[in-house]
Design a binder for this molecule. Sequence first.
Ligand code: SF4
Length: 710
Amino acid sequence: MSDVIAAPTHCPYCALQCGMSLRPTGRPELPVEVVERSDFPVNRGALCGKGRTAPAVLSSRVRLTEPLVRCPDTGRLEPATWEEALAAVADGLRRTRADHGPDAVGVFGGGGLTNEKAYLLGKFARLVLATSQIDYNGRFCMSSAAAAHNRAFGLDRGLPFPLEDIPHTGCVILVGSNLAETMPPALRYLTELKANGGKLIVVDPRRTRTAEQANLHLAPRPGTDLALALGLLHLVVAEGRTDEEFIAARTDGWEAARAGAMAHWPEHVERITGIPVPELREAVKMFCDAPSGMVLTARGPEQQSKGTDTVGAWINLCLATGRAGRLYSGYGCLTGQGNGQGGREHGQKADQLPGYRKLDDPAARAHVAGVWGVAPDSLPGPGRSAYELLDALGGEVRSLLLMGSNPVVSAPRAAHIEGRLRSLDFLAVADVVLSETAELADVVLPVTQWAEETGTTTNLEGRVLLRRQALTPPAGVRSDLQVMNALASLLGWEKGFPTDPEEVFDELRRASAGGPADYSGIDYRRVQEENGVFWPCPAGTDDSAAEHPGTPRLFLDRFATADGRARFVPVVHRAAAEETDADYPVVLTTGRVVSQYQSGAQTRRVDELNAAAPGSFVELHPRLAERLGVADGERVAVVSRRGRSVAPARITAAIRPDTVFMPFHWPGEGRANTLTNPALDPVSRMPEFKVCAVRLEPAAESPADSAADA
Ligand code: SF4
């Protein structure tokens, strides 16, 4: 790598999108290093170890720098020229389409792709491939919160307020989020909240480092967050703590939601959740005594087969207490992936067009088709959701183009999904390293990384950010935009797929104009000068119109529904899709550790991070360990109806005795997702990563059945 330029940019990993700067080192093995950038308000210079070490992946010895094509004779991936590789991809996709029709070709994207890539990937699928079969791994991340947001407020933006508001509220209920491990720089907002006299309630089956900061820690049995929220709402009503004025002035549907909550009396909720009634009462008192309040959810309540209703129940609690649509009060979702927010707004979702438009809305189709210069009728309809698409591979979907995702590690029921990927007629993967999914591909395309390309992301606050190219990419590597441009050309689309990110963004702005996620007033210059711009940000109506300032705070005057009123959605508790029984008596829940990120495709290539977090583990309570005769550090097998994983035991009293925890970053025998249940939420189609039934065995005594479900 040469031509190193110091530049302000943002971390490539999580949705906090911490600001950082890259400084040249003069060392070829690590040409840039990260230095603090204190002018970005979200992290004010603070970074976690992942962000600090991110440059290591740029020059990693396992970095892909030439295309690979599977040799029909040896069966191995062999180096090829770009022309050969792109021709092979075009041929593979074309052949499937000719033999089986356009919907036999699938496209799978990622929540880490920039807005420009996500936008162009959706356009590529719907125009060039004419397929409805496109979705992305963000479906696994926050789709339940997105669905609940849309139902209640008419708009989905992870946080309807900036993070800087958190220290000014009176009480935060943090549900199923371990910020200390997932977004360490964000922990300071909770510290400042407490320093200001605010209260923190953490809901988590584990006493995490985040839960240790709480004034009150509620540890429900996994999969019972919905009952907990309903139980708290019951007490709010019973104790006369509702905000009747707010309910009357700004909401609809209260009576039905109230009736649902009244069926969840405290003792009943204690039996379901395991949380004693006095703790429920204390939580209600803490939340309602405060002058303002927020509920923030993350993957814990969302990754459930009832995730949409669960988030809806927490939103109902906010609405009933007047903690929504007001300064320093509201509900928010702590989105996970780097561009989890923007990635769900611009068209790589199965049911969606750019600007967060709905694919089945005739007006939306007409608008986007107009920008794309095609007839609205030529756009395919909605396709399968992420898990359903992966489950259809090798069946109705015969070929797949995959960008920015590693489902062999990250999909639920992963051994089965790995089998579906292996059964494809053709698989093309664009990635920076040979991920576990890329290893299965017929063609692997080596692409540029964050610091080697320009593009925008949208962080969890809805703040659109710009990462400018700071490094010349290695020879032999192309950007995802160049890949789409070349493939489109080979498949007969000479125009419409620019390689310049700013040109793509300008088209995205037009496509989003007038939609719920309106970016039309945002451009690269503003994003850079203003350190990010919050959407919605419509363009002025004529040249003299003042620039829209962006919208850091939503819903203060009205919600985004047609009549401006929020909707209570009546919900009732239901059990997890898979409950414990005599054969599988323990609940497994999954999550992340601070030194690895998602499927680990990048972070497992960083020595410092691997030293800190070298592999999977099974966290279990001392009482459960004693019952099983398992000692700390001993290998233990975790078996579900879908397979078997083996990892060292980590014994701690910080977890419920009926629950075990595994992080999901690793492949192989410690792969947590071998075990997880793909039961889907009926609205969001989010799989139930957070709850499944397992049994534990000393590893040496278990049969080797990890691939039994493939
Ligand atoms: Fe990067 Fe997230 Fe860590 Fe910030 S918290 S440095 S965005 S991984």
